[in-house]
Write a protein that binds this ligand. Structure first.
Ligand code: SME
Length: 156
């Protein structure tokens, strides 16, 4: 889907230069969004301090009404509740799916998780069905893992 190695290298370079997670999260979203025309929306959600809601950090795509998502709701909230990535080939068949854009057909959510701590997730939408193969999930996971390293380093 895209060159995660190149992006991971770039994110590490930003870390080495002293950039903080905010800059890395924005860079990652922009780069993933531009990587594949099948991706219609890319965003990062971070868990709030109470750990009961996802808050939208930044995104590329059409504005969404789901800037805050309770844990357990939608594809995004389910990933947190189940502590598991969600690769949904047909969103219409997903219980409690939260619609952003009626043209979206498939969705991939990859957790930003260093070990047992979950910081949030990368969320990708596509207007094509079954857009995300296992290799796409692995590429996005490599980026999420690098973001997780930085978020962990900033944790107080
Ligand atoms: N579809 C998501 C909501 C977020 S939007 O796709 C931007 C969900 O069901 O959780």
């Amino acid at each position: 889907m895209f060159d995660s190695k190149g992006l991971v290298r770039e994110l590490q370079g930003m870390r080495d230069d002293g950039h903080l997670s905010d800059a890395l999260l924005r860079r990652a979203v922009r780069k993933i969004a531009a990587s594949d025309k099948r991706v219609s929306w890319t965003g990062v959600y971070l868990l709030n301090q109470e750990g009961n809601e996802l808050w939208l950090h930044n995104y590329v795509g059409t504005p969404t009404e789901h800037a805050k998502i309770p844990v357990g709701q939608g594809v995004c909230g389910t990933a947190i509740a189940e502590k598991k990535n969600q690769n949904v080939p047909d969103v219409r068949k997903f219980d409690n799916y939260l619609t952003c854009n009626p043209d979206v057909q498939s969705e991939l959510v990859v957790l930003i998780r260093p070990g047992d701590v979950i910081f949030g997730e990368i969320d990708l939408d596509s207007e094509e069905p079954k857009a995300f193969k296992d290799d796409a999930e692995a590429e996005v996971q490599a980026v999420a893992d690098k973001l997780a390293e930085q978020l962990m380093a900033e944790r107080r």
